[in-house]
Design a protein around this ligand. Structure first.
Ligand SMILES: [Zn+2]
Length: 276
């Protein structure tokens, strides 16, 4: 079996029988599409919480088929590394600013005798964020489900492990955990956020980016029936900022910073702090 059906809304547990059909999208021309996989995605809107999600998610077998190859932006690559560095530097700066609001001992330029703050990037793909965080002085760890991406990062001397986030175990708590365009790929975002919180040190930061369905771009796309995210084969959720902040806060992660992501169209970046 390549896919499993959601029986309940992944955010509020309301039965999918009560959800309305939001969209049916043809994914057969998506660059990651494989002929074994279904050609269409059905998007549902929960009548209880208004969350928009796909009616099914891939099984392990389905994931193996989809992840059997990687697109150029999903692995580290010389042609894009300088662009990635410039793209991610403002994000890393904002994370540092938020981190030092509570942590006076963090001095990334003068680390002698001090401990380097730990940053794990989940689903690092091209490695741009992780490598930039490393450059700014974090002790960095990359986690990705694509073996090719992990192999390439390790060959560059960075610490990287090949595993699904759900199976990740760490010895020490993290100062920063990042998920750049990852949560919308996870069938169970609430369980993932529980795990995020448990892996963070007190006052540790969670950086998340994903498409935001409350932007001007999104509205214009909808008006012209040209929203590319409906046919995004890897996504299971369309989050809005409102929904994302609600979700983070329900998991003890207080949103403290918002910004527009320069990485993808209609994308948002939120930094949240672990409470308690
Ligand atoms: Zn719901």
């Amino acid at each position: 079996m390549l896919t499993h059906r959601f029986k309940q809304c992944p955010l509020c547990d309301a039965s999918v029988d009560a959800a309305e059909l939001a969209k049916v999208a043809d994914v057969s021309s998506h660059p990651s599409y494989k002929p074994e996989l279904p050609t269409t995605i059905r998007w549902l809107r929960c009548r209880s919480c208004a969350h928009v999600f796909t009616d099914s998610y891939r099984s392990e077998v389905g994931d193996r088929i989809l992840f059997s190859s990687a697109l150029p932006h999903q692995v580290p690559d010389t042609r894009q590394s300088e662009h990635q560095r410039n793209l991610w530097a403002p994000t890393v700066r904002r994370v540092i600013r938020c981190l030092t609001e509570k942590r006076e001992d963090v001095d990334l330029l003068r680390r002698k005798g001090g401990r380097q703050p730990r940053w794990a990037d989940i689903g690092f793909g091209s490695g741009g964020l992780l490598m930039t965080a490393d450059e700014f002085g974090f002790a960095s760890l990359g986690v990705d489900a694509r073996p090719e991406a992990v192999k390439r990062l390790q060959a560059l001397g960075y610490e990287a492990v090949c595993t699904a986030f759900e199976a990740l175990t760490l010895d020490e708590p993290l100062d920063v955990l990042s998920m750049a365009d990852v949560l919308e790929h996870m069938p169970a975002p609430r369980a993932a956020l529980d795990k995020v919180r448990s892996m963070l040190a007190p006052d540790g930061l969670f950086y998340i980016s994903c498409p935001n369905s409350e932007t001007s771009t999104w509205r214009l796309w909808e008006q012209s029936n040209s929203n590319p995210y409906w046919a995004e084969i890897e996504h299971y959720h369309n989050f809005s900022l409102t929904k994302l902040v609600e979700l983070l806060e329900a998991h003890g992660l207080r949103a403290i910073d918002y910004y527009v992501s320069a990485r993808y169209f209609s994308c948002m970046e939120v930094i949240a702090r672990r409470e308690g």
